[in-house]
Design a protein around this ligand. Structure first.
Ligand code: PGA
Length: 248
C-alpha cells in the first residue's frame, strides 16, 4: 500500500516561515513514492493552498474540523469551508485537543463524520497516556477511541486514515519502539477488519510521536505501519523530506 506522510505543524508558523518551509519542500520533494500532506494552522490554509498551487506531490490538510455543518458556532471552521480551500485531509481527535479542549470520543466521531460528508479524509488519532500504558490499559483505550468513530462512520472505513499516537511519545523525543507500535497497529487493523475486512487492508494506519529522520525507516518497515504523522520534524524541510524518502 502507498504510504502517507502527514506533517502536523500544530500552532507554529507565520506568513514568512510558511513560505520558506513550503518553498523548501517544493524544491526537493520531486515525485515522492508516497502520499504527502501538510497541515498548517487554519489561519494559513489559504496561504499554503496558494504556495502549493501546481504541486500535485503535496496535499493540504487541516488540524481540526467542526462537528457542525454550519451556523451559529463562533470560532468553528466547517468541513465545507475547508473543502473550499482545497483541503483533502483533516486531523481529528489529536491528543492535544482531547486534553486541552476536552474533546470526547463522540465529538471526535462527529468531526470525522463532517469531514467525510465533505469528501475530506479524516485522520483519526488514538493513543494512550503514559499512566494508561503503565496500568496495562493501552489496548482498551485505543480500541474504545476507534470504536466510537466506527460506530458513527462504520460504512466509511475505506475512506479513513487512522493514526496511533501514544501520548507519552508526542513531542517528548521518546518514540515507541517499532515493536511496541506494530503491536498496537495490528490490534487496530484487527478492529477495522471486524467492521469491513476488505477495507481494513487498505486503511492506512500512521504512527505518530517523535518520528524523525533517524527513526522513521525502522518504524515504517513494520507490516502495519503505513505512514507517519509528524509534528516537530515536519517544521524542518530536510528532516520531513528524509521521512518522506523513508516511506517511498
Ligand atoms: P511529534 O508530534 O512528532 O512532535 O511528537 C506528533 C503529533 O503530535 O502529531
Amino acid at each position: 500500500m502507498r504510504k502517507l506522510i502527514a506533517g502536523n505543524w500544530k500552532m507554529n508558523g507565520s506568513l514568512a516561515a510558511n513560505q520558506a518551509l513550503v518553498q523548501a519542500l517544493r524544491a526537493d520533494v520531486g515525485s515522492p513514492g508516497c502520499d504527502v500532506v501538510v497541515c498548517p494552522p487554519a489561519a494559513y490554509l489559504a496561504q499554503v493552498q496558494q504556495l502549493l498551487a501546481g504541486c500535485p506531490s503535496i496535499a493540504l490538510g487541516a488540524q481540526d474540523v467542526s462537528e457542525q455543518a454550519g451556523g451559529a458556532y463562533t470560532g468553528n471552521v466547517s468541513a465545507a469551508m475547508l473543502a473550499d480551500f482545497g483541503v483533502r485531509f483533516a486531523i481529528v481527535g489529536h491528543s492535544e485537543r482531547r486534553q486541552y479542549q476536552g474533546e470526547s470520543d463522540l465529538l471526535v466521531a462527529r468531526k470525522a463524520q463532517q469531514a467525510l460528508a465533505s469528501g475530506i479524509t479524516p485522520i483519526v488519532c488514538v493513543g494512550e497516556t503514559l499512566a494508561e500504558r503503565e496500568q496495562g490499559l493501552t489496548d482498551f483505550i485505543v480500541q474504545r477511541q476507534l470504536s466510537a468513530v466506527l460506530a458513527v462512520n462504520g460504512t466509511h472505513v475505506a475512506e479513513m486514515v487512522v493514526a496511533y499516537e501514544p501520548v507519552w511519545a508526542i513531542g517528548t523525543g521518546q518514540t515507541a519502539t517499532p515493536e511496541q507500535a506494530q503491536q498496537v497497529h495490528a490490534l487496530l487493523r484487527g478492529q477495522l477488519r471486524a467492521v469491513n475486512a476488505t477495507a481494513a487492508s487498505q486503511v492506512r494506519i500512521l504512527y505518530g510521536g517523535s518520528m524523525n529522520a533517524a527513526n522513521a525507516q525502522a518504524l515504517l518497515a513494520q507490516p502495519d505501519i503505513d505512514g507517519g504523522l509528524i509534528g516537530g520534524a515536519a517544521l524542518k524541510a530536510p528532516d520531513f523530506l528524509t521521512i518522506v524518502g523513508a516511506a517511498a
